[in-house]
Design a protein around this ligand. Structure first.
Ligand code: ADE
Length: 418
């Protein structure tokens, strides 16, 4: 078996942490138990490019229980948990190609090694694997019957591919499931981003001016959790609807050009390019903390900070201090990579349980519907989404009401008024 991990001796610690995460993933566990009996993925090869975390480890175990053969690489050079990567190799027999801190060349080499499996299914988080497959590795498209995509950024790239008519196979947008984005993007990103800022800096958030740039599902979560820690939260948005929503959710809303003059902590969460750039760094107070929790490290124009700077030193793990030529200091966290996975452990397992239940069931759906699906990006089937919500409630021991027959009839009719 081929693999490339940091140190196989870390495997035992990784296995323990994976077991700990599994305690919080009851829905995925139920699916795994069924997969063990039914083997719906027998003979299916899956190339996966995901954040290599303990939660991903439990997804890999589930797919393997279903009979799949898997190769896994990282979807970000800084998000790999090296102990977990080793555990998957040593105890689960899964080919993993991922090392925390790998350089760009190694990152892409690992994607190529993962594609060497000649997959039937691709499982991506950010669309880098799919992009390499459609450009440098086109011969690999022959065997592929479908794919899944985990995140907002990846879904946007895939829709652009479908629009240009170049997407070669059907892809299910896991991100679009309600049981994904309402919980993972909002509560997962919210908690893990605040957690990462605290782990990296040990700063008190109470009373600080915290600028959330972007108010999508992830931005909503970040703003709400920062407020929960007592920060004074300012939201910057380009979309008038989202800006209005932020205002009515109780946040101060203003353009970035104003927020940069008063903010203490800045978090980009837009999915866009060079959101914080030279004109903003020029205005920031000395001591400003800047980080990103969007998928790619393009939201902060780091070369612009560098060209404004007279010096740089790493003052703590994941904290780079830039001393600007005018003497001000700006602290950049996690090299501008998604901070929640770089400086903390990503989303808690309890939300990844639902995201990855959608992944496992969507892979099963692709296999069951081979040849019948459109060559397009489409939503997780509504039955799967509803099933994940039902199973999660059941696992949490929460019961809910049912419509009476009279109510069901009322909702189906149009004749009855006041
Ligand atoms: N994306 C965000 N958090 C994650 C986690 N814990 N595992 C895998 N992917 C993630």
């Amino acid at each position: 078996m081929n693999y490339d991990v940091k140190d196989i001796a870390l495997a035992e610690q990784g296995a323990l942490r994976m077991e700990w995460a599994d305690n919080e993933m009851p829905v995925l566990r139920l699916i795994r138990q069924r997969f063990e009996q039914e083997k719906p993925l027998r003979g299916v090869r899956i190339s996966a490019c995901l954040h290599v975390t303990t939660e991903t480890g439990n997804l890999m175990r589930t797919l393997k229980a279903g009979g799949a053969e898997i190769a896994l690489c990282a979807s970000n050079p800084l998000s790999t948990q090296d102990d977990l990567a080793s555990a998957l190799v040593k105890y689960e027999g899964i080919s993993v190609f991922a090392i925390k801190g790998e350089d760009k060349d190694t990152y892409y080499k690992h994607i190529h090694q993962t594609l060497d499996l000649k997959p039937h299914i691709t499982m991506d988080d950010g669309c880098d694997l799919v992009s390499v497959l459609h450009t440098e590795r086109r011969e690999g498209l022959e065997t592929v019957i479908g794919g899944t995509e985990e995140t907002t950024t990846g879904v946007i790239r895939l829709r652009a591919m479908a629009k240009d008519g170049v997407l070669a196979y059907p892809v299910i947008a896991i991100n679009d499931a309600y049981t994904k984005h309402l919980f993972d993007n909002r509560y997962g990103t919210g908690q893990s981003t605040v957690d990462a800022i605290m782990r990296a800096t040990n700063l008190l958030l109470a009373g600080r001016k915290f600028v959330a740039i972007g108010y999508g599902w992830c931005g909503r979560g970040v703003a709400s959790r920062a407020r929960g820690m007592g920060a004074h939260v300012i939201v910057c948005e380009v979309d008038p609807l989202k800006a209005l929503e932020a205002l009515m959710d109780g946040y101060e809303v203003m353009p970035l050009s104003k927020a940069t003059q008063i903010g203490d902590i800045f978090v980009t969460v837009t999915g866009n390019y060079h959101v914080l750039r030279e004109e903003h760094f020029q205005q920031m107070k000395s001591g400003a903390i800047v980080c990103n929790t969007g998928h790619f490290n393009v939201e902060i124009d780091i070369p612009a900070i560098e060209s404004l700077s007279a010096g740089k030193r790493t003052i703590r793990a994941f904290v780079d201090e830039y001393t600007l030529k005018d003497g001000r200091k700006i602290f950049l966290l996690g090299e501008g990579r998604l901070i929640n996975l770089a400086a903390a452990e990503g989303h808690p397992a309890a939300v990844m349980d639902m995201s990855f239940a959608n992944q496992a069931l969507s892979v099963e759906y692709i296999v069951q519907n081979q040849g019948k699906l459109p060559r397009d990006v489409f939503a997780v089937p509504a039955e799967i989404d509803a099933q994940v919500a039902r199973l999660k409630l059941q696992a949490l021991g929460v019961e809910i009401d049912e419509l009476t027959p009279e109510q069901a009839k009322y909702l189906d009719s149009w004749e009855m008024g006041t």
